[in-house]
Design a protein around this ligand. Structure first.
Ligand SMILES: NC(=O)c1ccc[n+]([C@@H]2O[C@H](COP(=O)([O-])OP(=O)(O)OC[C@H]3O[C@@H](n4cnc5c(N)ncnc54)[C@H](O)[C@@H]3O)[C@@H](O)[C@H]2O)c1
Length: 349
C-alpha cells in the first residue's frame, strides 16, 4: 500500500516512514525541507514541494497511486506561533484543507493526522483523557484543533476516514542510529540539555522552579519517537478495517520533571549539565501527562521504547555520532572541558 507521508523529512515523519516501510507499506514523502532534511528520507522517494501546491498534490496522488495519507507537515513551535499566527494558520490549516480537498477529489479516503496535547491548553486535571475540554492557549494548538474539527466535518460529509493522534512530548532517536532529532533552532528539552552537557551552549535554562510539582519544575510525558511511529502504523491498519474515526492521545501516562530529565542526561552522558534557573514562561502548564487507555484499547498500542533512560540514551547516541552534514558538530570543533569529558562507556554509540 502506497502512503503519502507529508513532512516525512522531519523528525517524527522520517522515523514513521522507516517503520511504515518495515511494516510493508510504501512511503512516498512530500516535504518542502523548510525544517526537514534530505538525508532523513531513505525508505522511499522524496517529492520536494509544498503542501500548499494543490496541483502538485493532486499530480503526486495520481502518479504514485497513493492510497492513504499520514500528515505531519506543519509548523510546530509554540512560541513562534504567538509571534506569527498568520503563518501558522496558513501552513497548518489552509494547506491542510488543500490536502483534504485533493484527497476528497481523488477518492483517497484515509488520513492519520499529527495533532497535539497543545489542543488541551492548560489542563483542569491530569492525566488528560481525550474527552478533556480542548481550549488551546496559543495559535499552534488552535491550528491543530481547527484541523481536528475540519476532519470531523469532512468525515460526516465526504466519508473521510481519519485518526488524529495527539502526541505529548516526542523524544529519543532511532535505536539503529540512522535517524534522530535535528531542529534549528532547537527548542526541545532533551537535545538542549545534551548540547549544554557538551559545552555547545553555556547552560540549559530551566523555566520555573516553583511549580506545584514534586521538585518544582514542569512535568511532561516523554514518548519515544519509535513508539509514536509504531502507533501510526497501528492507526493506519485499524482505519483500513474499521469505519470509526478517532482522536487518540499518544503518551506513556508517566511524567518526568525537568530536573529528572537533567539527571538522566548526566547519568547517560557522564557529564554535568550546567543549568540556569529562570522565570516560568507564560502559558507553560505545570504538568502535561496523557491518559493512554484509549490508544491501548483501540490501537493495541503500548510504548516499548519510552523509558526515560532509553529515550535519553538513544538521543545521546544520535547527537554524538551525527555527521556534520546532518547538522552534527565536527568533533574537532566541539568545545570539550576535559574535566567533563565523558567516560568511554558513555560515548560508545
Ligand atoms: N515534536 C513533538 O513533540 C510534537 C508534539 C505534538 C505534535 N507534533 C506535530 O507532529 C508533526 C511533526 O513534528 P516534528 O517534530 O517532526 O516537526 P519537524 O519540523 O521536524 O517536521 C515537520 C516537517 O514538515 C515539513 N513541512 C512544513 N511545512 C510544510 C509545507 N508547507 N509543505 C511541505 N512540507 C512542510 C518540514 O520541512 C518538516 O520536514 C508536526 O505537525 C507537529 O506539529 C510534534
Amino acid at each position: 500500500m502506497r502512503v503519502l507521508v507529508t513532512g516525512g523529512a522531519g523528525y517524527i515523519g522520517s522515523h514513521t516512514a522507516k517503520v511504515l516501510a518495515r511494516a510493508g507499506f510504501e512511503p512516498i514523502v512530500l516535504d518542502n525541507l523548510s525544517t526537514g532534511h534530505r538525508w532523513a528520507v531513505k525508505w522511499g522517494p522524496l517529492v520536494e514541494g509544498d503542501l500548499g501546491d494543490s496541483a502538485l498534490i493532486r499530480e503526486l496522488i495520481k502518479s504514485h497511486r497513493i492510497q492513504a495519507v499520514v500528515h505531519f507537515a506543519g509548523f510546530a513551535y509554540v512560541g513562534e506561533s504567538m509571534q506569527r499566527p498568520r503563518q501558522y494558520f496558513r501552513n497548518n490549516v489552509t494547506y491542510t484543507l488543500r490536502l483534504l480537498d485533493a484527497m476528497t477529489d481523488t477518492r483517497v479516503k484515509h488520513i492519520v493526522f499529527s495533532s497535539s496535547c497543545a489542543t488541551y491548553g492548560t489542563p483542569a486535571s491530569v492525566p488528560i483523557c481525550e474527552e478533556h475540554i480542548q481550549t488551546p492557549i496559543n495559535p499552534y494548538g488552535e491550528s491543530k484543533r481547527m484541523v481536528e474539527r475540519i476532519l470531523a466535518w469532512y468525515g460526516e460529509a465526504y466519508g473521510l476516514r481519519w485518526t488524529a493522534l495527539r502526541y505529548f512530548n516526542a523524544a529519543g532517536a532511532d535505536p539503529d542510529g540512522e535517524l534522530g532529532e535535528h531542529h534549528s533552532p532547537e527548542t526541545h528539552l532533551i537535545p538542549l540539555a545534551m548540547q549544554a552537557a557538551l559545552g555547545e551552549k553555556p547552560a540549559l535554562e530551566i523555566y520555573g522552579t516553583d511549580y506545584p510539582t514534586p521538585d518544582g519544575t514542569a512535568v511532561r510525558d516523554y514518548t519515544h519517537v519509535m513508539d509514536l511511529a509504531e502507533a501510526h502504523v497501528a492507526a493506519l491498519r485499524r482505519m483500513l478495517k474499521s469505519q470509526e474515526n478517532a482522536a487518540i492521545n499518544l503518551g506513556t501516562g508517566s511524567g518526568h520533571s525537568v530536573r529528572q530529565v537533567v539527571a538522566a542526561v548526566e547519568r547517560v552522558s557522564g557529564r554535568r549539565v550546567p543549568v540556569r534557573e529562570v522565570q516560568r514562561r507564560p502559558g507553560d502548564p505545570p504538568e502535561l501527562v496523557a491518559d493512554p487507555a484509549k490508544a491501548r484499547e483501540l490501537l493495541g498500542w503500548k510504548p516499548r521504547h519510552s523509558s526515560l533512560e532509553n529515550i535519553v540514551q538513544t538521543a545521546w547516541n544520535w547527537l554524538i555520532s551525527r555527521k556534520p552534514t546532518m547538522g552534527g558538530v565536527d568533533p574537532a570543533r566541539r568545545k570539550v572541558d576535559p574535566l567533563r569529558e565523558a567516560p568511554s562507556h558513555a560515548t560508545a554509540a
